[in-house]
Design a binder for this molecule. Structure first.
Ligand SMILES: O=C(O)c1ccc[n+]([C@@H]2O[C@H](COP(=O)([O-])O)[C@@H](O)[C@H]2O)c1
Ligand SMILES: Cc1cc2nc[nH]c2cc1C
Length: 353
């Protein structure tokens, strides 16, 4: 069996007994039942993922920033030059980007992976080079990736998740960097959810109305060329209209789910990648925590399709893993409750009549 098939085969449903134990434990803790709202549901789900109550604390955490370029940039879908992808990789490695600041704030490790930046970046400490291609092809003209490229990028994500877990990480956080990748995200989300391009295509880095209108036409043209529908093979969808970072993030999610470690998803790029991962292995959703909801309309559509509720909603539209990192303390707090909070019995607090 190859790495992708083997990883998919290892992904199992949530453990019902552990979830029932977590629900029962929550009900004995010194607070009114249900008072921690969504965090209680999250603690139950993470118990089911680990197969134990309490589950391990989701720390240390690592955010993986997958960087890649997009051939569809040639269609004028963003005002930013493609070189910014590689330049931002340098910024991540120097510790100067927002993701670095938020990682320091939350105690997460940062990994930077070149899975398909167009230019060859100078070797640098901390840069993981796993180029499956020097950027994708223009999806309006031809498939963005070959089957070999998409499989290589998915494999990179799986291997990184495995390595991080083997190094002791107990929470994985997705990050991305790729000028023009909100266009590829919109195409993936339209293909996997069946929504119309105009309902899932947004302003990306902050493009003007004319550019957004062009993006919608570009997404429509790519989907028509590729002839995709909801029955298409998920790896084919990724290869036709996705990005190398989408493929790697899909692998990262699969790898985290197979290791039964929570994967905190960032914005619209992670949402699109999660749709691919869930189409390959529906039980992967049990490991996914939607860190936030970004301003991109496609992100809300993806989360709805995945039946995931975002923890944070601050109109962020940065990527890099920033929104997911902001949610990390919420995920850790949800689990800490199961570890540390006293029960009515142990604290000598009277339960309600
Ligand atoms: O995370 C998001 O939801 C998000 C929303 C808008 C933009 N981005 C980031 O902005 C870049 C893509 O924007 P664009 O306009 O070039 O498609 C890419 O590097 C993403 O990480 C990210
Ligand atoms: C400067 C810049 C930083 C980013 N980080 C993620 N996407 C980005 C896009 C731009 C343009």
């Amino acid at each position: 069996m190859d790495l992708i098939a083997e990883t998919i085969a290892a992904i199992r449903p949530l453990d019902e007994a552990a979830m029932n134990a977590a629900r029962a434990h929550q009900d004995r803790l010194t607070k009114p039942r249900g008072a921690l709202g969504v965090l209680e549901e999250l603690s139950v789900r993470l118990s089911g993922l680990a197969g134990a109550c309490p589950p391990p604390m989701p720390e240390p955490a690592a955010v993986a920033v997958f960087a890649a370029d997009h051939g569809v940039h040639a269609q004028g879908v963003t005002p930013w030059p493609q070189e910014v992808t590689g330049q931002m990789v340098g910024n991540f490695l120097a510790g100067g980007a927002v993701v670095n600041a938020f990682a320091r704030q939350t105690g997460a490790d940062v990994r930077v992976i070149d899975v398909g930046v167009r230019t060859d970046l100078p070797a640098a400490d901390g840069l993981i080079v796993r180029k499956a291609a020097h950027g994708t092809a223009d999806m309006t003209l031809e498939p963005a990736m070959t089957d070999g490229q998409v499989r290589a990028a998915v494999g990179t994500g799986i291997e990184l998740a495995r390595d991080l877990v083997a190094d002791g990480h107990r929470c994985l956080v997705t990050g991305d960097m790729g000028i023009a990748n909100t266009t590829a995200s919109a195409a993936l989300i339209a293909a996997f959810t069946g929504r119309a391009p105009e309902n899932v295509t947004g302003y990306g880095t902050g493009v003007d109305e004319a550019t957004r209108t062009r993006k919608i036409e570009v997404v429509r043209a790519a989907l028509e060329r590729a002839g995709l529908d909801e029955r298409s093979d998920p790896l084919t969808v990724l290869a036709e209209v996705g990005g190398l970072e989408h493929a790697a993030i899909a692998g990262f999610i699969l790898g985290g789910a197979a290791a039964r470690v929570p994967v905190v998803l960032d914005g619209v790029i992670a949402g699109a990648a999660a749709l691919a991962a869930a189409a390959l292995a529906p039980d992967v959703r049990g490991a996914c925590v939607a860190g936030h909801r970004s301003a991109e309309p496609g992100h809300a559509a993806a989360l709805q399709h995945l039946e995931l509720r975002p923890l944070v909603d601050l109109e962020l539209r940065l990527g890099e893993g920033t929104g997911a990192l902001l949610a990390l303390p919420l995920v850790q707090s949800a689990v800490r409750v199961l570890h540390e909070v006293a029960t009515f019995d142990s604290a000598g607090v009277a339960d309600k009549a």
